[in-house]
Design a protein around this ligand. Structure first.
Ligand SMILES: Nc1nc2c(ncn2[C@@H]2O[C@H](COP(=O)(O)OP(=O)(O)OP(=O)(O)O)[C@@H](O)[C@H]2O)c(=O)[nH]1
Length: 366
């Protein structure tokens, strides 16, 4: 029987990695493979965020096998190399080699992705669906309750992510009032009236909602899944752009894989140990002051790994619009490297100025 693939999508900072971590650590007895396809992946930021507090809270029992990270409950983790189909094929190969099977594959998409092409790729690639292959089980979309309304106004991808969902996790509910939740639910329903909406905090959800929506067990080998967004039309209609499958009493959105051209990703790095207070001053100025200037940086999301003076731990930076946090990562054995990395996604990002700003936070050796 093929393995079910659960596609986890949602706008920048909505809680996808938090959900992946939650699923990996929960006591469910499933063997799960996670495929990360994220903007921080090339710097190793994303992988580290998923691994940072493994199943038992330590790093010790994990072994790095090539690009695979095996967790001590049998779950494995990898990042997309080459195409998505190649990555999943690699995973399945690995599964055969191990003589064991995964029960599920979780695929975390990038926060700016239109999940349509990913779903289509999984849908139409017949080789994947062969015996012991993979089949799309469901699309779970996370939305950040505190930002979703603005995101839906500004970004077509955010709307498409909601439109494709089988299940929507209305996450970060702790950051809004009860009446906001009702209003947001109503807004989401105008885009996708079919999806189940589950209100969550820190992506904590009944795992039955994420793992195994029944497609694989019910359909068996080679069966196509029944996804709400796809169910109204055969795949051919899904493949044609602007097909009639949106016309279900919901907003019409032309499917597109074109991103907001102004949004880009900038990665900056600086070697050495930094003064946290200097970093905070610089970062807060960027997030809170400079963004209001004409043509100033509009940072939608940032992630980073920081080395701070006087600590033997790497620190993890997370920012979603104006909100940010710096938390402790695992103890670092090789502190000499001390390469600070920050990945920004946003508009009006000046790479040179950001690199210089990060460099200026490094404590200079006298
Ligand atoms: N207050 C609050 N914070 C949350 C919640 N869920 C996640 N976060 C925090 O929000 C930040 C972003 O969470 P992630 O899980 O990394 O979000 P993501 O969707 O993977 O982000 P991208 O990789 O940018 O697309 C992190 O600092 C999380 O700790 C929640 O329910 N409430």
């Amino acid at each position: 029987m093929p393995v079910g693939v659960c596609v986890i999508t949602g706008f920048l900072g909505s809680g996808k990695t938090t959900l992946v971590n939650y699923v990996l650590k929960a006591d469910h007895g499933y063997r799960i493979a996670v495929v990360l396809n994220d903007f921080g992946a090339e710097l190793g930021v994303e992988k580290m965020l998923v691994q940072q507090d493994g199943v038992d809270g330590t790093n010790e029992s994990r072994t790095l096998v090539e690009d695979w990270v095996e967790l001590n409950n049998g779950c494995v983790c990898c990042t997309v190399k080459g195409t998505l189909v190649q990555t999943i094929e690699g995973l399945l190969e690995k599964r055969r080699e191990m003589g064991e099977k995964f029960d599920f594959i979780l695929l975390e998409t990038t926060g700016l992705a239109d999940p349509g092409p990913v779903a289509r790729e999984l849908w139409v690639d017949d080789e994947l669906v062969e015996e012991d292959g993979a089949v799309l089980d469901s699309i779970v979309t996370l939305v950040d309750a505190s930002n979703v309304e603005k995101q839906l106004e500004e970004n077509k991808e955010a709307t498409l992510q909601v439109a494709y969902a089988d299940t929507i996790l209305l996450n970060k509910s702790d950051l809004v009032q009860v009446e906001d939740v009702e209003r947001i639910k109503a807004r989401l329903e105008t885009i996708n009236a079919e999806a189940e909406i589950v209100v969550t905090t820190r992506s904590k959800v009944d795992l039955g909602i994420v793992l195994n929506q029944g497609t694989v067990a019910a359909g068996g080998r080679g069966k196509k899944p029944v996804l709400s967004a796809f169910a109204a039309a055969p795949p051919s209609a899904v493949l044609s752009s602007g097909g009639g499958f949106w016309a279900k009493g919901v907003e019409k959105i032309a499917p597109s894989s074109v991103h907001d051209a102004q949004i880009r990703t900038v990665c900056v790095a600086a070697r050495g140990f930094m003064e946290v207070s200097a970093f905070e001053r610089w970062f807060e100025d960027l997030l809170w002051e400079r963004r209001n200037e004409e043509g100033g940086p509009d940072i939608l999301r940032a992630k980073g790994l920081l080395y701070t003076s006087g600590s033997d731990k790497r620190r993890v930076l997370q920012a979603v619009r104006e909100v940010y946090e710096i938390t402790d990562g695992p103890v670092e054995e090789n502190l000499e490297e001390a390469m600070n990395k920050v990945v920004f996604i946003g508009r009006n990002l000046d790479e040179k100025a950001l690199a210089a700003g990060l460099e200026a936070c490094i404590v200079k050796q006298s």
